[in-house]
Design a protein around this ligand. Sequence first.
Ligand code: MSP
Length: 649
Amino acid sequence: MPPFYVTTPIYYVNDAPHIGHAYTTVAADALARWHRLNGRETFFLTGTDEHGQKVQRAADKLGRTPQAHADEMHLRFKALWARLDIQYDDFIRTTEPRHVAFVQDLLQKLHDRGELYQAPYSGWYSTSAERFWTDEEVAAAGGLCPDTGSPVEWLTEHNWFFRMSAYQERLMAHIAANPSCIQPDTRRNEVLGYLRKPLADLCISRPKTRLAWGIPLPFSPDYVTYVWFDALSNYVSALQDPPARMVFWPEALQLVGKDILTFHTVYWFSMLMAAGMSPPKQVYAHGWWLMTGKKMSKSIGNVIKPDAMIDAYGADALRYFLLAAVPFGGDGEFTHEAFLHRYNSDLANDIGNLSHRATSMPEKWLGSVVPAVGVQTEEDRELQAVAVRATSAFTANMEIVQFKAALEGLWELVRAGNKYIDSQAPWALNKRGETERLGTVLRNVMEVVRVAYSYLACVTPGKSREVLSRLGATEPDLDPTFDRLVTGHPVSHRDPIFLRLDAIPESLVSTDPVVPAAAAAPPPAAPPVAAPPADEPAAPVAQIEYDDFAKLQLRTGLVLTADKHPKADRLLVLSVDIGEGKPRTIVAGIAAVYDPAELVGKTVIVVANLKPAKLRGIESQGMLLAAGGSDIASILTPYRPVPPGSVVK
Ligand code: MSP
């Protein structure tokens, strides 16, 4: 088996880590753990990107050196990775001497090979964005910086350039010959599209007078190197010592966000080619975590703090959610409702329940030990077949970096395990005194738990360790056959491994008082109240008494499913959880403005006490509130996260 090397981007020390950063690192950790579990020699690298103007400015403001600033700030990442159970093999910082030495050697090598040259560089410079813009870009932004909207100045600098344009053909040929070197396919096509346009040379220096906090060019000490040239080199600088580490390089799988794909392919591949090295085996670009449709980022301020999620749900639940909620490569909208829903259904209900049953039943009936493998019936063999199928699906999908599909594959076994308990009814076997069969059934259930938690060990390492140890297994064991536990080993039964939660933990929601639906007065029957459409003049409106308004029972509801109405183009059929235990079916005339898929996981406002009405054959048990009058512009959603069933007034 060849070795396995996985990397994350190195994170800017200036940002506080958020869910977006945790995402790449958790994904890399899951892969590293998976390959280690399979006995593959594995190296997992992460780290921090510590040079550049932003770090220098932040340090200046605090009256400290940039190095002292980076020394402190990088610890926030290390602390979060410790909380998230991230098992990296090395953490590289771009200010470490080993990295600086490597970058300078690389620059010297490229210089000696004639890959670098000096030339004037002119453009519109934005101090706030720390970069040059072209004439067209500035013109399109009304003469201002397209990023920050602040004034730009025309600057001419003498800089060093890398002959990247010379690599255009080689880059295209390399990608064509190794189509899997950029994944997903759509991203590879984007890169190829980029390469079809003329490729310019890359300016790789900054005069020290403008930027002092960087790695000096060894052959031109008045300049420091461009931060991306510095940062990208980390993936190889970390493998220099001991030199044997370089065996990992040809096997590199580099996980990056889609926003930094061009850097990691066009720039990085050509830098490596110029240095006489091979490009990484694969660069995999994942999508973004969004909040209300926008990329989660510190500058927008719409970030979810991983620490708060870990406090509320535990590290493993966060790790699981990040990997199970969206296919790797696509974007995902982060909502607390969707998190709670998935936590309860997949973790507390499905797998949590399964392991709880596996340890509580022997405690009650068999003296808390692993029972012997007995004679297997047809149903037992079927369950065994599911275990083989589910684990191969997991394996196949992990090989193609599809965590969600891998977990869905494994869940076939988890659900089959729960169904098997229901159909075999061990409580009835116990009652009838069929002890041998009871032992066989429980042993099979324990083996299902052992298999499921062993595969999950790369995603939920803490919970897996805990459950496996309850069954007497010290290490995850990926063999799906149902005879791997130690017969007679004591089984310990403790608290549920994932506690069911009735509402979004308070620490994560607004501090505004929310009244749970159960505490509200029973809804009196009342006629629907139609709001005046906003696209008509707002006044005059007939006034009503408060008591009339109070008749209206409005609740927040979590959209669980949304589908097109089979008989009406205009209508969508939603299933909405409004905190009653059973979801409501709501038929809404919003098909022209909403795609069913985008509504799932959204919190809506539901008129809960509207008399049910049949709409084209489907009974609607309520109505959604929407703004825009007859031409609906937007459904209404709460400004801050609130649990389903909260009273709206
Ligand atoms: N320092 C550079 C990377 C240099 S690698 C040689 C950088 N750092 S970053 O801290 O801004 O971003 C690091 C990674 O986090 C990127 O892959 C980026 O895509 C990812 N994310 C930042 N916000 C994100 C989301 N909202 N969602 C998912 N990932 C996102 O870029």
